[in-house]
Design a protein around this ligand. Sequence first.
Ligand SMILES: [Zn+2]
Length: 305
Amino acid sequence: MRLLSIAALAVLAAAPPARAAVNVMTATEDLADLTRQVGGDRVKVESIARGYQDPHFVEAKPSFILKLAKADLLVVIGRELEIGWLPPLIQQSRNAKIQVGADGYLDASLTAKILEIPTGQITRAMGDVHPQGNPHYWLDPGNGRRIAKAIADKLSRMAPADAATFASRYADFDRRLAEAEKRWDATMTPYKGLKVVTYHRSWANFVDRFGLDVIGYVEPRPGIPPSPGHTIDLIGEMKRQNVKILIVEPYFDLKTPQSIGRETGAKVVVMPPSVGGEKEITDYISLFDYDLNLLVAAIKETGAK
Ligand SMILES: [Zn+2]
């Protein structure tokens, strides 16, 4: 017994000292999951926004200032998605490591495929909350892969001793995502070109990836609430084009979508755009499983084609 204890102690003494995990804060739960996928137990991750919140309008709780003060790395969506709530938290954290442009600040949009980049001058004064292109780009699995790669590369530079772990975890995620994409493509192939309407312009990358066609939006412009005139025009267009699917993000009021649904016979599909948007959506891959299942069930129910 005594001998065994000594042997156990010897093993403990020989083990390398435990390295601290990289302390990561992310703007959204999608980024938190992608960080976990590649970081495993070599990272400690927390998201500021919850997956059921509108990512443009998150309450900047002071409790996050303290958490940001201790962070080694902050991963953001960028493209001004978080401009309404994140900058004051970053500033007040007084953490030099995670200030914009510092080594511990990672803008995930820099390596992603960004759609709807305005060609003319767009300012937020016009009310458009997408002045630098569509910031909901994580809804294309190709971008999920690019974000995961950018995070893995950043973590490897910050914690070189764990670089091999990050590389192999990224490779594993890449493989699982590719397998899932085959499944999703098979699911969606019959519905190529299906016309839909969405509340907000959250789904540009999603419809681009899965071959759907968005013919209109409940919001007149991103971030601008529906107006009676715009709603009447939209109903007319949906009737003309026989649109039977209306996708709504869970944080919008259902009153206008439901009245549009009654007028047009379209089904209102409340579809979460983020990890954590529903309790079943526990990670990046299950987000697409959940949404595509929901969408296909609605398409079948309405007989839309
Ligand atoms: Zn948006």
